[in-house]
Design a protein around this ligand. Structure first.
Ligand SMILES: CC(C)(COP(=O)(O)OP(=O)(O)OC[C@H]1O[C@@H](n2cnc3c(N)ncnc32)[C@H](O)[C@@H]1O)[C@@H](O)C(=O)NCCC(=O)NCCS
Ligand SMILES: Nc1ncnc2c1ncn2[C@@H]1O[C@H](COP(=O)(O)OP(=O)(O)OP(=O)(O)O)[C@@H](O)[C@H]1O
Length: 241
């Protein structure tokens, strides 16, 4: 099975691409932003740790379910305003996110999926690029990125710049990617490029896919091999301030 790491900058179009992957190509996509939401659901250890540190300002009362939930805009303000707090929040959430994601990938292996796509905003920042078979970047120029982010989230240029600055610059990510999907113009243009990369993924997995069907344990051996191969040595880890 090919594990694709799909990444990009904030608002460069990952969700737009994954929608096409799901609906047109029927591919299994694991969205780490959604996983990140699951790990802070009410009564989770992660939500308790965050509430212990920041108090009521990061909680809101949910009438229908009668319980406290995470106030996401409040946590976002802390995370994007303060590098030290961003580090702390990530140290609490990332191990939980990784555990759940690993489980989802295992389930994809078990169901003999040919390709599984991980939609990971922080693929390079969190050094997860070492564990995927191919790194695919959704690119838009910095101007387009800024404009779309301001429009989608209804935020000022100052706030949008702060969010963009919390990630590696998109042009640095381009150099680290194996494939780039350009998302500067129309959605139709982007979909054409998406269809092209999907053909490449399928071509790469053709023989393995057949072998996996004939001999399922090969899937497990291939998985172990892929993880060992990707993780061997120090493959240019990314350091951020
Ligand atoms: C800060 C939070 C509360 C904002 O929630 P909100 O619903 O407004 O946005 P959402 O979760 O959909 O994220 C939107 C985008 O923000 C960017 N982003 C999210 N977390 C981070 C981060 N730690 N560093 C830099 N950018 C981030 C990503 O591009 C992401 O796609 C939320 O993103 C969060 O809990 N982040 C910490 C967990 C994390 O690192 N997630 C990334 C998964 S790899
Ligand atoms: N080709 C396009 N043409 C016009 N608008 C687009 C295009 N691609 C994406 N958008 C819009 O830009 C915004 C950001 O796109 P999207 O939400 O897919 O980005 P993302 O990378 O998933 O963002 P995030 O990092 O926040 O998860 C959305 O409002 C989306 O509708």
């Amino acid at each position: 099975m090919l594990v694709v790491g799909l990444t990009g900058g904030i608002a460069t179009g990952k969700s737009t691409v994954t929608q096409r992957l799901r609906e047109e190509h029927k591919l299994r996509v694991i969205d780490l932003d959604s996983v990140a939401r699951q790990v802070v659901e009410p009564n989770t250890p992660a939500l308790r740790s965050i509430a212990d540190r920041y108090g009521d300002r990061v909680l809101k009362w949910d009438e229908p379910s009668n319980q406290h939930t995470l106030n996401r805009p409040a946590l976002a303000r802390i995370l994007f305003d303060d590098k030290a707090e961003k580090k702390w929040i990530e140290s609490v959430l990332h191990p939980e996110i990784l555990k759940r994601t690993a489980w989802e990938v295992l389930k994809a292996y078990a169901s003999l999926s040919r390709v599984v796509v991980l939609d990971v905003p922080l693929l390079f920042e969190a050094n997860l690029h070492r564990y995927v078979g191919v790194r695919t970047l959704v690119y838009s120029s910095q101007d387009v990125q800024l404009h779309r982010l301001m429009q989608r989230d209804g935020i000022s240029e100052h706030d949008a710049q702060k969010k963009i600055a919390a990630q590696l610059p998109i042009d640095v990510k381009v150099d680290m990617a194996d494939q780039v999907v350009h998302n500067d113009s129309s959605r139709e243009e982007t979909y054409r490029e998406v269809d092209g990369v999907v053909s490449e993924w399928c071509a790469r997995t053709r023989y393995w896919y057949l072998l996996q069907w004939l001999c399922p344990p090969l899937a497990a051996i291939q998985a172990a091999w892929a993880v060992w191969w990707s993780g061997r040595g120090n493959q240019g880890g990314v350091k951020q301030e």
